[in-house]
Each structure stands twice: as C-alpha cells, then as structure tokens.
Design a protein around this ligand. Structure first.
Ligand code: CDT
Length: 410
C-alpha cells in the first residue's frame, strides 16, 4: 500500500501542529480582514449618508425638478449602510465591496405627451436625450413608458388597417429604433421599451402591447406581452374618448417571465398589469428583484368618480403594495401631460422593496427619476414576513386560478 503523504508529497512526520496552526492563523486573518472590510464599508457609507442627510437638511431641500426624493425614514434592516438610492453611499460601498455589490442605478424616463403628428424618430430622439442625461446621473438602466414610440392610439376607433398598422413595429430594432440601441451600446446603459408589436403567423396578423428589456451591451434579453388588457373592443360613442386595447391587442402569451441580468432578477409588466396582485406574485415566485413597468393612465376616469389625485393615489398604492408584498423594487414610468386633448396622470415612481416610494416625478413632461436599487434590500421581506416557502397556504388559493369573476353567496 502506498504510504500516506503529507503536503508536497512528504511522508507524515507526526509534527503537523505548526501547519494546522498556520492554517488556523490564515483563516483567522481572513475572517479579521473580511470584518475590517465590512467595518470600513459601514463607516464609509454611514459618513456618506450622514453627509447627505445633513446637507439636505441644511439646504432645506424640497424636491427640485427632476430630482430623486431622498426619503428621511429608514428603509429596511440594511438601510443603515445600504440606502441604495444615495449616490455617495453607493459609490463608497461599491468601491469597497467591488464585484460583490448588487446595486443597479435605475432611471425612470417619463415622457411628456406624444401627439399624433409626432414621428417615431422624434420620440426616439427624446428618449436618446433622456438616456444621455440618465447616464450622466450614473444610471445603468433606463425605463421608458408603455407605447413609447407613438401617441396612445387606442383612444380612437381606427378602421383603416394601413393607418392602424403604422402604429405597430414588425421587428425591433428597425430603422426608427436602431439609434436607441446604438446609443445604449455606446453608453453602456440598458433599457426597457414599450411599443405596439405586430407579428404575422400562419397568414394572420397578431398584435400585442409589448415591452423589451435590453442589457448594457444593447442586446435584447427578454420580451413581455401585456397580459391584462383594459377597456373594451367595441366603439362606445357616448364616451369622451375610447380605450380600445381589447380591440387592438391580444392578451399576452408569454406569461410573466423573469431574467437574471444586470446583477439582479428582472421582470416586466405593462400599465394595467400593475393593478393586479397576481402580476407581482407570479414574478415574486420566480424571485424577482426589480419589476419594470411603463404606463399610460388618463388623469380622468371616463366613468366618473375619480379625481386626478385619486388616480395617482391608486397607481402609487398598487405599485407600493406589489413591491412590499414580494420584496422587490418596482420602477413605474408614465406618459404624462395633455396628449391629443386627454390628460395623462404622470407620477412615475421608484418603489423600494419596503414599499416606500424613493423617487417620484414632479412634472408632466419629459423627466428623469433616479434611484440606486440595491438588490440585497429585497432579502429582508423575502426572508421574513414574505418568506413564501414558510408561510404561503396554497391549499386555499385554488380559486384564484379556477375562476375570474366573483361569486358572492346567494
Ligand atoms: N394603458 C392602460 O392600461 N391604462 C389603464 C387605464 C384604463 S382606463 C380604461 C390603466 O390601468 O392605467
């Protein structure tokens, strides 16, 4: 039998104590070193946070046009040194933690109104301008609204097929949108883009309300097709404007996929999807850490009964709830202002996994909101009150997928 050998092929000598001591010393040094780094991170980031908070207070900071709100309250357990949306804190943390940091700086690029006469190239030029400004503010990902290349055309009955088709994209990128992809690649900034999609399958035209996710190399990593289509398919002449999404689009057929990219688990939704808890929960069950969604919400409810402020309240409410109940960041980006005579709500927001709004638009025009999204902040909810594996009771949830409408008792 071959004799056992020690390190470097030497026979065991029975005098291995010094080597074990050496290993233990090395391990202790490593532990101490890691603790030193952690302590340095804590101190550096606390300093950065203290500095910003003090500066904000001294300046009596309100919210300048386009600036991100800095929330004064703690956000989750890691707030002390994460405060993901604090730039100095993020940079200090990233410098010290290097590749370990899971912080993505995300911009919501709200668009003011797009009129019928505006060309797609003009819309893309506005988006490129916003993308450049986002890059200057450190953003690595920009979220644009739903149907960002055109006016919100479902407000009209369009019977001429060629006229209708002109609102759709048969492929992306194409001649109108390639400049956005080029700029994304040049700047190293990813983006979410909403647009109307037309595909021909088996000699049949299929239309979807679609969004794509493009990574920082300008490459498409995912596509989503809007599942919850609001409104109606029939023309309703008594209404001040139509909402013909059920006429112009099929319900999405891709489900709610998520993608591991840009340091996190990313998902997409579109406008009305944000009002349905199932949207977030399906992605929550796939571990989503950042939900991007664009929207076009009229400031007025055509059926009456809701003031502009209430529309904004509901929009903020559902996104905050979705974020909190699934421990995920939510970036909701609006089309805003008076578009073809119809006022749109605006109020783009970025919501932390705690459910707190950390950035909010304050105009009805083209405007950026920016936040540093620390994906590690998602862990608190995901491992405590919303630890799905520990607490969900699926034996009672079957009705959710077995029926759509409510059935009250007789
Ligand atoms: N685009 C979109 O989905 N808008 C709806 C408004 C519906 S009003 C019939 C929304 O939920 O905001």
């Amino acid at each position: 039998m071959k004799p056992a050998t020690g390190p470097a092929g030497e026979r065991p000598t029975g005098r291995r104590e010094p080597q074990r001591d050496l290993r233990q010393d090395q391990q202790r040094d490593e532990r101490d070193g890691q603790e030193d780094v952690r302590e340095a991170v804590r101190e550096a980031v606390q300093d950065a946070v203290r500095y910003d908070v003090t500066a904000d207070a001294a300046a009596g900071r309100t919210t300048p046009r386009g600036a991100s709100l800095v929330h004064p309250l703690p956000i989750g357990r890691k707030n002390r040194f994460a405060r993901g949306y604090n730039r100095d804190a993020r940079e200090a943390r990233m410098a010290l933690e290097g590749a370990m940091a899971r912080v993505l700086t995300v911009a919501g690029a709200q668009l003011g109104p797009i009129q019928r006469s505006d060309t797609k190239a003009q819309c893309v030029a506005r988006m490129i301008e916003l993308m450049r400004r986002a890059k200057a503010r450190g953003a690595q990902l920009v979220v644009f609204p739903e149907l960002a290349l055109t006016t919100f055309f479902p407000r009209w009955l369009i019977e001429d097929e060629a006229e209708l088709d002109a609102y759709y994209e048969r492929e992306v990128p194409n001649a109108d949108t390639i400049a956005l992809f080029d700029e994304s690649r040049r700047l190293g900034v990813g983006f979410y883009l909403g647009y109307a999609e037309l595909v021909e399958e088996g000699g049949r035209k299929r239309r979807f309300n679609t969004s794509i996710l493009v990574d920082t190399s300008g490459t498409i990593v995912g596509k989503y097709r809007k599942v919850h289509l609001p409104g109606h398919a029939d023309y309703r002449p008594h209404l001040p404007f139509q909402h013909l999404e059920k006429r112009y689009f099929e319900p999405g057929d891709l489900g709610f996929p998520v993608w591991r990219t840009m340091g996190g688990v990313m998902g997409m939704a579109i406008c009305n999807d944000r009002r349905w808890p199932e949207t977030y929960r399906v992605m929550g069950l796939k571990g989503v850490e950042l939900v991007m969604l664009g929207f076009n919400t009229p400031a007025m409810n055509r059926d009456g009964g809701e003031a502009h402020y209430l529309r904004v309240h509901h929009s903020n409410l559902v996104m905050s709830a979705g974020a909190y109940q699934n421990g995920t960041w939510v970036v909701g980006v609006a089309k805003a202002g008076r578009e073809e005579g119809v006022d749109m709500t605006g109020s783009s927001i970025i919501v932390a996994p705690s459910g707190e709004i950390v950035a909010q638009s304050c105009t009805l025009g083209d405007e950026l909101i920016v936040a540093d999204c620390d994906f590690d902040q998602c862990q608190f909810n995901k491992t405590t009150v919303f630890d799905f594996a520990a607490h969900r009771r699926i034996e009672h949830y079957g009705i959710i997928t077995a029926q759509t409408g409510a059935t009250p008792p007789p």
